[in-house]
Design a binder for this molecule. Structure first.
Ligand code: HAM
Length: 424
């Protein structure tokens, strides 16, 4: 039997049901803020990510799934959505002289070392806003993400860490100062940090190695290099978060792993998932549109990792996301299947219930057993007598009560989740 590729999971029920609950909640939040959905390709030219995400990032350097297509063009499975989103809006003339607030949802691919919460195919819901330079959009994005956590009942399990990187020149100056300070101590850095010293020195701030952190204690500090305008943007943003009641921790070492960020960066982190605790990350990327060939366009966004959000949701709500149906339709006359299928269809349309139709015949006892097994609250029994009378029998599987009713009456009971006059 051929098996799945390492790090590429099957998401099956009940986990897939949890994903749906989460995705629907997030979509509702984004929809309520008038964000528009976009669908983007999974494959792009490798160059898009090399230029967009950054040649020296771990993602581009060693984590992309890159292939040559039949005419030798280098293509990569998208490791993230922001660069593609910029490309798509730019290419279709949707960035010039206008603002855009969009979202996308789908799989991303990174050749990382798989472990719980870290996969080679994972799912993101990404949100991007273009053409808005002020801290108000940063605040809106953070408020929307906070609303998602509240809707999902995991707000108490996540914290917001936030930082500002300053504009590009400030970042460059800091990078130089950091390299100048660390180079004479190179030998004391952990292996990754030694490599990053020449490729992506800011990421050294993220190092978990104790010796590296000890060196960093005396290193030049990012906030001292950040320009006044950026400090002002950040202060204004923090003021808005305070006013909105969104708690945050200012972490001056937060730099993020993608090169396109400027000014605000943030992550929503949980302590309940071990090492892979970042549920969501984002920030401002005012230089990216230009870097990809467009006109200078301020932009900001974030992406929620659905895999990790689902893991946390499961830790918090141990709810098994019960399988099955709400209503089980039993067909007691095998010559009348089409008529019973019609009833099931009408029940589906008129109620929001999940209506499962019994298939494969069998006596009432067998069918009722199936109804119980799928967790249904109601069984609908349809035999020749019911069909002749234009009625059906509705049975409440929890309290055993049973009534013969018209289809419309049955629909009303299912919608109300009780028989008239009954307590449930
Ligand atoms: P990112 O921090 O690389 O940002 O990814 C965002 C989220 O995707 C992470 O917080 C995490 O939940 C999830 N994630 C990343 N890698 C994995 C993995 N290997 N397995 C499972 N989940 C993972 C971005 O991708 C940016 N494009 C976000 C952004 C949008 N910034 C501005 N706009």
């Amino acid at each position: 039997m051929v098996q799945a590729i390492r790090g590429m999971r099957d998401v099956l029920p009940p986990e897939a049901r949890r994903w749906r609950v989460i995705e629907e909640a997030v979509r509702e939040v984004l929809h309520s803020a008038a964000y528009e959905e976009v669908h983007l390709p999974l494959l792009e030219f490798t160059e898009l990510f090399a230029r967009g995400v950054g040649e020296a990032t771990d993602i581009v350097e060693k984590e992309m799934y890159t292939l040559l297509d039949r005419d030798d063009a280098s293509l990569s499975l998208r490791p993230e959505g922001t660069a593609s989103c910029v490309r798509a809006l730019q290419e279709n003339g949707l960035l010039y002289n206008q603002t855009q607030r969009v979202f996308y949802s789908g799989p991303m691919f990174r050749y990382e070392k798989p472990q719980r919460g870290r996969y080679r195919q994972f799912h993101q819901i990404g949100v991007e806003a273009f053409g808005l330079a002020g801290p108000d959009i940063d605040a809106e994005l953070l408020a929307l993400s906070a609303t998602c956590w509240r809707r999902l009942g995991i707000a108490a399990n996540v914290r917001l860490e936030i930082n500002t990187l300053g504009a590009a020149p400030a970042r460059r100056a800091y990078r130089e100062a950091l390299v100048a300070y660390l180079t004479p101590h190179q030998g004391k850095l952990d292996e990754d940090s030694q490599r990053r010293l020449t490729t992506n020195p800011l990421r050294i701030l993220d190092s978990k190695a104790e010796a590296t952190q000890a060196l960093l204690a005396e290193a030049p500090r990012l906030p001292e290099f950040v320009d006044a305008e950026s400090h002002a943007h950040f202060a204004e943003l923090l003021g808005m978060l305070d006013a909105l009641g969104i708690h945050y921790v200012h972490n001056p070492n937060l730099v993020r792993g993608l090169d396109y960020y400027t000014h605000t960066v943030f992550e929503w982190i949980t302590d309940d998932l071990g090492a892979q605790g970042t549920l969501c990350g984002g920030g401002r990327y005012d230089g990216l549109v230009e870097r990809l060939g467009g006109k200078p366009t301020p932009a900001a966004g974030f992406a929620i990792g659905l895999d990790r959000t689902a893991l946390l949701h499961e830790v918090v709500h141990q709810d098994p996301m019960a399988a099955g149906a709400d209503v089980y339709v039993c067909s007691l006359d095998s010559t009348q299947t089409a008529a019973v299928l019609g009833i099931a269809e009408r029940l589906r349309e008129a109620t929001e219930a999940r209506v499962r139709m019994h298939m494969g015949g069998g006596n009432l006892k067998k069918q009722m057993k199936r109804a119980d097994a799928c967790g249904a609250t109601w069984a609908v029994l349809v035999g020749r007598d019911e069909l002749d009378a234009g009625m059906l029998t509705l049975k409440h599987l929890v309290n055993g009560e049973q009534q013969t009713l018209s289809e419309n009456e049955a629909i009303a009971c299912i919608v109300a989740n009780q028989f008239p006059g009954s307590s449930g």
